[in-house]
Design a protein around this ligand. Sequence first.
Ligand code: MG
Length: 171
Amino acid sequence: MLSNKIQDALNEQINAEFWSAYLYLSMGMHFEAEGRPGIANWFKIQFQEEQAHAQIFINYINQRGGRVVLKAIDEVPVTWDSPLDAFKATLAHEQKVTAMINAIYALTEQENDYATRDRLGWFVNEQVEEEDNARQLIDKFAMIGDNGMGLYMLDQELAGRVYNAPAALNE
Ligand code: MG
């Protein structure tokens, strides 16, 4: 049985993952409108990944006989100055998510909830990847600056990103 504290924290995290999904969909729609289909693609896949993160927590709460409570999703920004600006915002956001995951991890240890701690281990690793992905793209966009050909080629590269459902979704 999940403690109330853990259940509340997991429900907050579900809301944060859906907010992330909404943020990245908004970024995707911004770059779609800007004529950057590859960058839009990258963010639309990020949107799918975040929905999967929420779903993993939803599945987990249900597996533990808990109660999923869906809350209102706050408004998200709608424009960014440049791709570099959007990826900097992505990194800053993922760092916040990492802090949230770490806080729940610490809570599971206080509550002696080792099953939830183990489930969160997947997210701890996932956050390393999320931050690394954003950082690498910040470096690339910073390197090319306003170079039109560079931006075109990087957009083409990001058009190749495909969605792979995380294995944790089926556990
Ligand atoms: Mg996430």
